[in-house]
Design a protein around this ligand. Structure first.
Ligand code: ADP
Ligand code: MG
Length: 680
């Protein structure tokens, strides 16, 4: 068992004994009754009046008060979508956009994709009729490319603004500008109760509309001592809550899919072993890549007598509200991107969450009744080790993508762009430098023809460049597949615990000399030959869902080829051409083998091949990687063997022959016998 000590209480606005929110049975009675029961409802008229009177309105409200699902409907009912005008509501997360759109469609009694739809990268569930568009912030950003003044929108609601994602931050600057010359455009900035004054100041002191929350007190507990293994501690604590605490569902915050799956498996395992000694515990995961039918399950009411435990990523912090949560279990971590502009290295690491995050999480326990939040860290750690707030993404990510987009929108002076918080100067500079190296910008920093094409493709600049280069190497068919497979990254192979050996064998069977990109290509090609069969996936330990998504992505990219003047062509098995095209996009991500292991070519950073890579044992002298992930070490994921001469061929402006010479070449052990490639 884990010992918790009660320390503080998150104050509520309601007495602990206040009547709970409507029960599920009452909810069934009428979806409209539920709508009327939400905290935002009594403010409907007042809110609509404020929107009518002000061009920009900041809306602040507790999570679950109805901002996302209700406000766009109010606007629809009020006639803001007359004459075919649309309402956009942005979400930082794909899952939230999908889930919320589905909910609103149900509330309005329409089919999803008709009046209400969602639009996320590589998946458009909207039609001519769609007037309420839930979309990721990144998708609205791309709308600017085709419609710089957002002329077809009457209202833009930037939702979950407190998340401060890169795309949301950029939207702020662009929308503020559009609002100046489109006085009839309404701009709503919706946020949880965090930092709304900042938004108001940014939008020339726009008024803040506060929706009073319905919040019950939450008792906060801390562990007495730090927990070494928080995953294990989580599992133990959930069971502890389950057997000792009165009814009420549990929400657990973990950092990502793998962790969530592991925790769910452990929980199910232990419940099975305890059998009928404990009451039924429903274990439900929620994370970005979870298929939508599984996502929907978290919203289904818990059967009487049972308890539900939802194991979630940050998504449940503010983007989704799950009814009936009384207990929150918070290990205090989240997965966070960080970026080192000096080395150009981006990494995704598990880091302690901020105090603001921890308090949002705790707040989830007090929505329907007084709740409890169990923190798997000490009160001391909360006080002394957690940052106050999360650093906005714009300050800890690479900016290549966004800079390319802004340049295509004709915004040249990025140093003076209206940022809510500016990115580090070095990051901006490096982004410009990389885009120049990729040929997207000329030496004056102006967009080139090639840069314009790169911006047309909804993928990272390097991936764009790779696709463009496939024209020169006549292998666009293969490159499209590689690009699509890279986009569904890391979820291709299925590795069930009880069949690890079979799964690993199946994976190795796809290995091809050259590296991981070709392995991905091989998987896809064989799957296509099987007629895109799910049975084939099952037999080969390949995730059918990921493959289906790759197929969708591939189709969409194929549809864009004409726009960027790339013809369809196949390399006919000459994989050198495919590898060169990949190198043309990723020459920035290269490493060479030295006597002390791999070093990145330009920055001389020590890096390692990920153990899952097909080249893990091969250890080629020169390679490129798709991404670096920092876990225990700096691992290169998706690795491709290259020849140093290709770097001079694809990026002569970036590499000099001299730096590609290998001073240790003579001392390197010679390969004995023929390489796999020569044999193949
Ligand atoms: P906010 O945006 O202010 O956080 P929302 O509009 O997302 O609030 O949520 C309002 C209510 O709608 C919540 O009580 C939530 O439980 C319910 N809700 C939202 N999405 C779904 C869904 N997919 N299924 C069932 N209920 C949902
Ligand atoms: Mg919301």
């Amino acid at each position: 068992t884990i010992e918790f000590v009660r320390a503080t209480q998150l104050q509520g606005d309601e007495e602990p004994s206040a009547p709970p929110a409507p029960t599920q049975a009452q909810q069934k009675e009428s979806i409209q009754a539920v709508r009327r029961s939400l905290p935002v409802f009594p403010f409907r008229e007042e809110l609509l009046a404020a929107i009518a009177n002000h061009q920009v309105l900041i809306i602040e409200g507790e999570t679950g008060s109805g901002k996302t699902t209700q406000i766009p409907q109010y606007l629809f009912e009020e006639g803001y979508t007359r004459k075919g005008m649309k309402i956009a509501c942005t979400q930082p997360r794909r899952v939230a956009a999908m889930s919320v759109a589905a909910r609103v469609a149900r509330e309005m009694g329409v089919k999803l994709g008709n009046e209400v739809g969602y639009s996320i990268r590589f998946e458009d569930c909207t039609s001519e009729r769609t007037v309420l568009r839930y979309m990721t912030d990144g998708m609205l950003l791309r709308e600017f490319l085709s419609e710089p003044d957002l002329a077809s929108y009457s209202v833009v609601m930037v939702d979950e603004a407190h998340e401060r994602t890169l795309h949301t931050d950029i939207l702020f600057g662009l929308i503020k500008d559009v609002a100046r010359f489109r006085p009839e455009l309404k701009v709503l900035v919706a946020s949880a109760t965090l930092d709304t004054a900042r938004f108001s100041t940014f939008f020339d002191d726009a008024p803040i509309f506060r929706i009073p929350g319905r919040r019950f007190p939450v008792d906060i507990f801390y562990t007495k001592a730090p927990e070494a293994d928080y995953l294990e501690a989580c599992v133990v604590s959930v069971l502890q809550i389950h057997v000792t605490q009165p009814p009420g569902d549990i929400l657990v915050f973990l950092t990502g899919q793998e962790e969530i799956e592991a925790a769910c498996e452990m929980l199910q395992d232990r419940c099975r072993r305890l059998g009928s000694k404990i009451r039924e515990l429903l274990v439900l995961p929620i994370y970005a890549n979870l298929p939508s039918d599984m996502q929907a399950r978290i919203f289904q009411p818990t059967p009487p007598g049972a308890r539900k435990v939802v194991v979630a990523t940050n998504i449940a912090e503010t983007s989704l509200t799950i009814e009936g949560i009384i207990y929150v279990l918070d290990p205090g971590f989240c997965k966070q991107k960080s970026y080192n502009p000096r080395t150009g290295m981006e990494s995704l690491t598990v880091t302690p969450c901020s105090k603001a995050s921890a308090n949002q999480r705790a707040g989830r326990a007090g929505r329907v009744a007084a709740g409890k939040c169990f923190r798997l860290y000490t009160a001391w750690a909360y006080q002394h080790e957690l940052e106050e707030t999360t650093v906005p993404e714009i300050q800890r990510t690479s900016l290549g993508n966004v800079v390319l987009l802004l340049k295509s929108l004709g915004i040249h002076d990025l140093m003076h762009f209206d940022f809510l918080d500016p990115p580090p100067y070095e990051t901006l500079l490096l982004a410009l430098e990389q885009l120049y190296a990729l040929g997207a910008l000329n030496h004056l920093g102006e967009l080139t023809t090639s840069g314009r094409k790169m911006a047309e493709l909804p993928v990272d600049p390097m991936l764009s460049k790779m696709i463009l280069a496939s024209e020169k190497y006549s292998c666009s068919e293969e490159i499209l597949t590689v690009a699509a497979m890279l986009s569904v990254n890391n979820s291709i192979f299925y590795r069930p615990k009880d069949k690890v050996v079979h799964a690993d064998n199946a994976r190795v069977n796809f290995f091809l000399p050259g590296g991981d990109h070709l392995v991905l290509l091989n998987v896809y090609t064989q799957w296509a030959e099987s007629g895109y069969s799910s049975q084939w996936c099952y037999e080969n330990f390949v995730q059918f869902r990921s493959m289906r998504r790759a197929r969708d992505v591939r189709e969409q990219l194929e549809g864009l080829l004409e726009r960027v003047e790339v013809g369809l062509s196949s390399c006919q098995g000459d994989y050198i051409r495919v590898r060169k095209a990949i190198t043309a996009g990723y020459f920035y991500h290269t490493a060479r083998l030295t006597r002390s292991g791999y070093r990145t070519v330009k920055q001389q950073q020590t890096v390692f091949i990920h153990p899952n890579s097909s080249l893990f044992e091969e250890q080629p002298r020169w390679l490129l990687y798709h991404e670096l992930v920092l876990t225990t070490k700096e691992f290169m994921r998706q690795v491709l063997e290259i020849e140093s001469s290709w770097l001079l061929e694809v990026a002569p402006h970036y590499y000099k022959a001299k730096e590609l010479e290998d001073p240790h070449a003579k001392k390197m052990p010679k390969k004995i016998g023929k390489t796999r490639e020569e044999l193949g």
